[in-house]
Design a protein around this ligand. Structure first.
Ligand code: ZN
Length: 472
């Protein structure tokens, strides 16, 4: 498994930066050409490889118009073809959900999944229709990146201990040397991203080399619920990543205040322009409405949140050999779009980071990650199984007459779901509710209980069904 590392340039000469921007702009045209020609069923959808594209371009002379070195455009073609393929795979995620909704027959599901995986969906009317619906034709929007293969760049250390990365420029045999603000040399294929006068050098390292990957995982089976105040709460009642809520609230307040100020400045600039004072309008735009500081602050905040969440997941994996969690990559259809509400956008983003951290850390440290259906887990009492009321961080069960801590209650319910015989990962929301109600009704009328609901067996999820998803 690979993890991305980023090194930044330190005080880069503006002339060099301009040359890199020009190179990236020309390579952007290479990317656009790839998307234009091969970004559909006729291209990547038909199994065309980047090598075949290279041979075609060399044969018909397409590459000459771009004015870049051979290795640069070839590597860019490879990268752009991978982007197109990723776009296709993203569409398949939606189609797989559609398949799950369409049929419950395992054989039929399997047939459709296989056809989809092998790119043989064109012959099946349902699959073809779904692919047309979900595979939006993409366009290239990347004009600020340069991809350099491992054997085309090198690093040197100068007399003052500063690290320099040398990459090919637009002229043959003339390298552009970039000073870096790190002492760790980037390795393998590097991706240079040019952003507001600074070069970001993205490269990947093997996760097995990281110290945190050597940490052994625990042995327990633990359910986790994602939260706002804490990144995660586990089924033992322990919170993890307790600084998350403060980080998010502070950032949301800061953004609201900053956006208010910027709107005010923008209106002053617009009014000045209307009155003909273009010098003033320009001054405000350049000095007060720039994006460099704003983007760097945003990046710093993202890094802090990621650290908080990854640390939380590491803590859980310290004691868990199996982590049971909601599938946080699942999108809920029918929800309102997030719009401009800043805190809701931040929360939506953290959900993605939590999903990434759970997958990444489990994979690196060898614990199993089991995804379960989390419908109603925050609204059900973990002891009696009845639907109750959640208010803030408290959950009231009217039947047990107990108040639970809401996140802990949800985490225990999530843990129980791993061994639930009736509620599978894709059981629809309304059906889950029906199942939960049937269980409590049966309990009330004292009918024999045929299934093994949590109400009768307690925490049977200590032996969860691992078939859902496992890294072992
Ligand atoms: Zn109860």
């Amino acid at each position: 498994m690979k993890v991305t590392r980023i090194a930044y340039s330190a005080r880069l000469n503006p002339g060099k930066y301009a040359a890199l921007v020009e190179q990236a702009r020309r390579l952007g045209r290479v990317r656009s050409e790839v998307w234009q020609r091969y970004g559909s069923i006729a291209g990547v959808g038909s199994g065309l490889t980047d090598r075949q594209v290279r041979d075609r371009w060399l044969a018909d002379g397409t590459h000459v118009q771009f004015g870049v070195l051979a290795n640069a455009w070839k590597e860019t073609v490879r990268d752009a073809m991978a982007d197109v393929a990723a776009n296709l795979e993203a569409a398949k995620v939606d189609v797989r959900r559609a398949i799950n909704r369409r049929t419950n027959d395992p054989a039929e599901r399997k047939r459709m999944f296989t056809a989809l995986k092998a790119d043989q969906w064109a012959d099946d009317p349902f699959l073809a229709r779904q692919m047309r619906k979900h595979w939006k034709r993409g366009h290239n929007r990347t004009h600020d990146q340069i991809v350099v293969r491992a054997d085309k760049h090198n690093t040197t250390v100068d007399g003052r201990g500063r690290l320099w990365l040398a990459i090919p420029g637009l002229e043959p045999r003339k390298m552009v040397r970039i000073p870096l603000c790190t002492t760790v040399a980037p390795t393998g294929t590097v991706r240079l991203i040019l952003r507001s006068g600074r070069v970001e050098v993205h490269y990947q390292i093997d996760a097995a080399q990281m110290r945190s990957s050597q940490r052994p995982c625990g042995e327990a089976t633990i359910g986790v619920d994602k939260g706002y105040t804490e990144a995660l709460t586990d089924s033992d009642g322990q919170p993890h990543g307790t600084g998350l809520g403060v980080l998010l609230t502070r950032e949301s307040d800061r953004l609201k205040e900053r956006n208010r100020r910027r709107a005010k400045l923008r209106s002053i600039a617009n009014n000045a322009a209307l009155r003909g004072n273009h010098a003033k309008a320009h001054r405000i735009k350049v000095n007060n409405l720039g994006t460099i500081k704003r983007d760097r602050q945003a990046a710093r905040h993202r890094a802090r949140v990621r650290t908080e969440i990854f640390t939380a997941v590491h803590e859980v994996v310290d004691k868990a050999g199996t982590v049971v969690a909601e599938d946080l990559t699942k999108r809920f259809t029918g929800r309102k779009p997030l719009g401009k509400n800043i805190s809701r956008r931040l929360v939506a983003w953290t959900k993605g980071v939590t999903a990434e951290a759970l997958k990444n850390v489990s994979e690196r440290r060898g614990s199993a990650l089991v995804h379960v259906n989390a419908a109603y887990t925050s609204q059900t009492c973990h002891r009696c199984g009845r639907l109750g009321r959640r208010s803030g961080d408290r959950f009231h069960c009217t039947s047990c007459r107990v108040v639970w801590q809401a996140d802990v209650n949800a985490a225990i319910n999530i843990l129980h779901r791993a061994g639930d015989p009736d509620i599978a990962l894709h059981t629809p929301h309304h059906k889950v509710k029906q199942i939960l109600q049937d269980r409590t009704d049966r309990h009330r009328t004292r009918l024999p209980v045929q299934d093994s609901s949590p109400a009768t067996t307690g925490r049977r999820a200590n032996h969860p069904n691992r078939s859902t998803m496992s890294n072992k």
